[in-house]
Structures are given as C-alpha cells and as structure tokens.
Design a protein around this ligand. Sequence first.
Ligand code: K7E
Ligand code: CUA
Length: 655
Amino acid sequence: MKTITNFIAVFALAAIFTSCNQNDEGGKSGAMASSAAEKVYVSPGEHDEYYAFLSGGYSGNLTVYGLPSGRMLKEIPVFSQFPTNGYGYSEETKDMLKTSFGMVPWGDSHHPDISQTNGEIDGRWIFINENNTPRIARISLETFETEEIIEIPHSAGNHSSSYVTENTEYVVAGTRFSVPYPQQDMPIDEMKGNFRGPLTFIAVGDDGHMEIDFQIDMPGFNYDLSHPGRGESHGWFFFTTYNTEESHTMQEVNASQNDKDFIAAVNWKKISEYVENGGGETMDAEYVHNVFDHDTQTTISTTKNEVLRVDPRDIPGAVYFMPTPKSPHGCDVDPSGEYIIGNGKLSSDLTVHSFSKMLDAIENEEFDGDAYGIPVLNFESTLAGTVKEAGLGPLHTEFDDKGNAYTTFFISSEVVKWKLDTWEVVDRQPSYYSVGHLMISGGNSRKPDGKYMISLNKITKDRYLPTGPELEHSAQLFDISGDKMELLLDFPTHGEPHYAAAIKADKIKENSKKIYRLDENNHKYAAVNESETKMVREGNEVHVYMTTVRSHFAPDNLEGIHVGDKVYFHVTNLEQDFDVPHGFAVIGANTSELLIMPGQTKTITWEPKKPGVWPFYCTDFCSALHQEMQGYIRVSAEGANTPMKWGLDDEYTSN
Ligand code: K7E
Ligand code: CUA
C-alpha cells in the first residue's frame, strides 16, 4: 500500500511539472529566434551536416532526417509492408517479413544502432530491433535498404536490443517478457521460478551476415534495455531488469514492489570462449532468417531448427547482478566505458555504477547473496555515485565529448545535463512534451560528437497545427556545444521515434549507391535489354519479362491472357542513371504496385478477373513523356483460344 501511495505522490508531482511546462512558452522571439534560425538554416541546394536515423516505433520502419534542418530525407521500410516502393509486397521482398509464425506485415521497431569499428560508428550498417515478433534487421547504409532480418527464437518482446559491441562482433537481443523456455502450455500463476529470460547474442560477420551464436538462459525477469561496454569494459554487456518480483498480473503495482531491481553484467567474451571450446547445449528452436541476395535480387529465406543454450551458472565469472533502484529503464554506458548508468524510472535519483569497482567487488567477493544462482554484488561496492533529485521519471542517458551526460525525464518533461565524476546537475531544459529517448551523434560509442542533441518526445499537443485526434510525435533539436543547452528547432517525426542514431554525413554520403548495375543483374526473370522481353506460359501461369526505359514499356501490347491465369509481371528497369526509377501499375492488382530502381527487376502477380482490354502504366513521373508511358493487356474469357502475342511499336512476337 505504501508503494501505491508513493506512486500517487509521484504522479501528482508529475502533473505540476507537466502543467508548469505547458504554461511555459517554449518559444523564442526577436534576436534569439533569428540566431536559432541561422543555426538550423541549410540554404536551398546545400546538404545537411548529419544523417539522423529515427526509429519508426509502431510504424516498424526507420526514417532518415537531415540535421540540423530537420528535413525528412527518406523512410526505409524494415518490419512493415511499405506502399511507396512495394517492399514486403513484391515477390522479391515479401519473404523479408516471413517469420516462424508466417508472414508478419507490421511490426514495431525501437532502437537503431550504427555499426562500429574500434568503438567508433563506421557507417556500414544500421541495426534495428522489432519488439513484438522478436527480430533484428540489418540495413545497408550504401543502399538504405533492409538487407537482412533474423528472428530471435524463445524471446518475447525483443526490447533490450539491438545494440552492437565495439567492433560489431555481436548485436544483442534480450527478451522483455519472461516466458517458458522452451515455450509450453502451463498455468500462468506458476510463472515464478519457471519462466526464463533468454539473452541472445548474434554474431555479425565481416560482410554483415548475422548468425545466432548463443542464448544465455537467465532468470525470468524482464530485460528492458542494454548497452555494450567499451574501452576497459569492452567484452561486457549490461542489461537492465524490472519485474524481478516475477509477478504476472497488475504489474503496474506488483512489478514495483522491490526497492531495487538489477543491472545484469554479462561477460560475453568469456561466454564466447566457452562456446568456442564446445560449451553449451543445442536445443530445439524454430526461427526464420531472411537475406536479400543482391545477385539474384530476391530474398533467400531459411528456417533454422536449433540454437545453442548456455547456462551462466556453468561458466564462473560470466554473469553478475548489480542492484539498481526502482525499476530501471535505460542502461547507458559512458564513452570511457567506466560508468554504467541505471535510470530508475520510479526514482528521482540516477544510479551510476563503476566498472572498475565492479571488477574489484567481484575479485573481493563482495556479494549480497544470489538470484537463481547468479551472484548479486553488494550495492555500495559497485556504486560510483548518485545524481540526486535530478528530475522525475528518468529514462535514457546520452553523452557528449566533454564529460557531460544528458538524461531524459519523462514525468517532469525535461532534459537534464550533469557532470560525470561530480554527479552535479549543470543545466536543465524543458522538452515539449514528455520525452522518451534522446540522441547525440555517436552517443553510444567512444567518440560522441557534442554539437547537437535531439529529444524524442511522446506528446505533441499544441506544438503543431492540429491534424485531428493524433499529431505526429515531435523531435527537438538542441545546440549542446555551449554550457547551456539551447533549443533550436521542433520537427515532426513519423511513428514513434523511441531511439535514433546519427552520423556525420561525410562518413556515408560518398558510398551511397546511385544505380544497380544491369550487367550484375542475375535475377531469374530479368530482361536486360528489350530483345529479351517475352511472355512464357506454364499451364495457367504466365511470366511476362518486361522492361522500362524513358518513356515506354517493352512489350506495351500483350494478348493471350485469360481469366483464370496468374500473370507474373517481372519488370526490369533498364535505366543506368541516378534517381530514375519507374513505376508499374495494372488495374485491379490485388497485391501491389511496383517501384523499380535503375538496373533492378521487381515482380508483382496479377490475376485478371474480367475479359477486356486493360491498361497498365508508369506511376513515377519520369520524363516529359511520363504520361505516355503506358500499355494495354488483352484478357480473353476463360477457355478462349486467343494466342499469346506481345510487342512494341507494331512489331509483334507470338507463339
Ligand atoms: Cu524508452 Cu522502447 Cu527505448 Cu521508447 S523505449 S522511450
Ligand atoms: Cu516511367 Cu513514368
């Protein structure tokens, strides 16, 4: 009951804080506004200084923004079908969304993280997790396309994910919900002591290819967030836990009983060696691994059947628990790797653990019992310091290059800047409104870039023109180069941007792919010049090998299709010029339309329902004669004997 009263106190205070912010103007006028405007102004034709990749949250995608302008540059489809380019609909890409539960057309994404080399972001790939049907995706920063998605078996709510280690050795996936491991039918109220919390380590190859290396069989807590060690602590990974109470109902109260939950410190190097030497046991698992093969331009989808389980109790020194107050959410590691910050979301204080003190405490066996056989370290022994009464509802922390940390406070709607080592608060700025994550370029690396910070806010309210009952969430750009944070810009985001990652534009823009080379197109149904176009009938399936070039299709007249046929339009874009895709749409298509990049082949299926002469056309305004980029397909009744005939400009082929 006491806890419940405390809650009410916290939320009452929250209301005061929030309303206080809302009364605040949060805007600028006069000279201040014009200096802020100058700082975000990117003149027409000029490029932004940074790429920022914002999680799409419940959209399942990833959006790309330029900073400091806040201009949205692209939306990259990842875990959801995407009408703009047919991702997840076209024959080539639909298997990217295949899982052991079948095709899942819409997921929710949370934490993008850019690949690293020697602890610095390198701009090769960006990873992002899907929470609902646990998966991790790898997106190429050459093509800005999703190249690979791996499902995480035995996991449920893949939230403490997808952060990478200092050399991208691993990307991790920790289960949010504890579940029977392996899954089985059992009474829910027998959860305690029986459910488990597997943490999955996925090895990343030099070419980016992901394979699950091992799964650590952890106690049945909820694993919320995670961050890698770096520098001295490279080789370790840290995970926050909540619901160490192991309650299964009314968790808003029952999972908030313990004064402290844990941060799990995982020595993955030790476990990796153990596994290399034959440790662990294989267990049954069913999960799907999808890779987009650039050679054939199609998705190769493989179902896997086993995973390697390791019991941390078999590996001395592999895993420890550090008690951390009040249901910690964020788990953040500073650029030096020495400090691990636990953001206890029901606390007003921030707990900072010291990595070196943790090693000493392990050495000196300063334990405070164990949890299911995993040693619990003494709280005081690992404590580096506490940031006192910094705000209400701390969620996430990022760092700059000058020894400062920045923490978001959801309840008091603010970003608080404080000093590492002295733990003193040096600045605070309101956010509009409730802030979740924040992001500093390179904030999860050894070398953060202390120029800009964005706060990613949940509740937009009056910040933009109203657009019905829901507004897009809001990001706010701050200049953090001086002593005080300065708010420069609000810009709308798409979906719910939990976390984001940014990188200097120079690090990737030169590598950005301009075209797919036609001479490297090994798609099974490609026609790489117009002489290869044709229609091929196999029973009631008809494969149309079609090409596009400004401004016609080849063929553009097709006959000999019948109601009851299944027509595959394999459309190759012959253009070898940057930024000239063509579209393809045919009346009554039940799957999708297509957008085909230069040099690529994409396929949709069409099952004509009615006899007639039906048009198809290009949907992307590609030239002055785009509107002429069209054709006809003749559909005869089922059983009619119209011969197949196709051609362009009155030159026909038939069979
Ligand atoms: Cu705090 Cu999903 Cu990272 Cu959102 S989580 S805020
Ligand atoms: Cu091709 Cu419009």
